[in-house]
Design a protein around this ligand. Structure first.
Ligand code: NAG
Ligand code: NAG
Ligand code: NAG
Length: 157
């Protein structure tokens, strides 16, 4: 019985992954912990954005729609949680930044390249593109704790 349920669950997940349609995140988009906290993948399975951590919030990728957030990737994991007044912005100067206070801004991705737009894929990969739609950064290339199906762990990571 358990095996059947598991097989069923896996087939539902792989169907969702196979669709892999994208959400479109453009320059000027922003998130806040208490307003619009996440960008969802097309199927709604994965979310990129704020989740509660101790007394504040952190930025990560997690399975959406389930009560206990299953975090698969975390940004700046050694930094302390940020307050509910923080925001995450894809700025007009084309950087992805976490603003804890107006004076305190940190970049979420370690890239000097200019971001044109971004997407949260149903595979659980968060991808940043340049103006010619070349991938300039993807969370799958920056594993933190959990490896997802389809994600390859490169040497040295
Ligand atoms: C990013 O923007 C370009 C140009 O507007 C568009 O063609 C492309 O589909 C967008 N990318 C994503 C992932 O939505
Ligand atoms: C993504 O958003 C940009 C800017 O709003 C738009 O030009 C483009 O057509 C969108 N792409 C898709 C696939 O929706
Ligand atoms: C976008 O990224 C691709 C792949 O990394 C690269 O080949 C291309 O030159 C970049 N385009 C721009 C405008 O920087």
């Amino acid at each position: 019985m358990a095996a059947i349920l598991l097989a069923l669950l896996l087939s539902v997940i792989s169907t969702a992954v196979a669709q892999s349609r994208s959400s479109n995140i453009s320059v000027g988009a922003s998130l806040t912990p208490t307003g619009d906290p996440v960008w969802l993948s097309h199927s709604g399975m994965f979310a990129f954005g704020f989740y509660q951590q101790s007394k504040g919030y952190a930025i990560g990728i997690f399975l959406a729609g389930i009560p206990h957030k299953n975090v698969v990737w975390t940004a700046n994991r050694d930094d302390p949680p940020v307050p509910s007044t923080a925001s995450l912005l894809l700025t007009t100067d084309r950087k992805l930044v976490l603003r804890s206070t107006p004076e305190d801004e940190v970049s979420i991705v370690d890239s000097t390249k200019t971001i044109a737009n971004a997407t949260m894929l149903d595979s659980g990969n968060f991808v940043l593109y340049n103006s010619t739609q070349g991938k300039i950064w993807e969370s799958f290339q920056h594993p933190t704790t959990t490896i997802l199906p389809g994600q390859q762990l490169s040497a040295g990571k």
